[in-house]
Design a protein. Structure first.
Length: 102
């Protein structure tokens, strides 16, 4: 249920949102070129592109929304998920929380 999901998120998680649609230009010092696996150069010039590339590199996925439960160490607690039903999302949150306490 939505109240249970909100409770889980508010009391057990730190939420970090990567806005891949943010077109705010990066400063010149933050802009960079990235050579991808296919050998093509990608130009990273805005915040959204930087977060999109971060997601592609670290999670091998570029879909939105995309949820990852991880510890500060970088350990992923359970299989990341995409948009799903409230019940499945709640189950995923509960499973991830249990994994964090092992």
């Amino acid at each position: 249920s939505k109240p249970k999901i909100y409770d889980l998120l508010n009391n057990n998680y730190v939420i970090i949102s990567l806005y891949v649609d943010d077109r705010t230009e990066l400063s010149d010092i933050e802009k960079f070129k990235y050579l991808n696996k296919s050998g093509r150069i990608q130009y990273v010039t805005n915040i959204g592109r930087r977060w999109s590339l971060f997601q592609q590199i670290n999670f091998n996925n570029a879909s939105q929304p995309y949820y990852v439960a991880m510890l500060p160490s970088g350990k992923i607690l359970s299989e990341p998920i995409q948009f799903t039903s409230n019940k499945k999302f709640q189950n995923w949150l509960e499973t991830s929380l249990k994994e964090s306490k092992l």
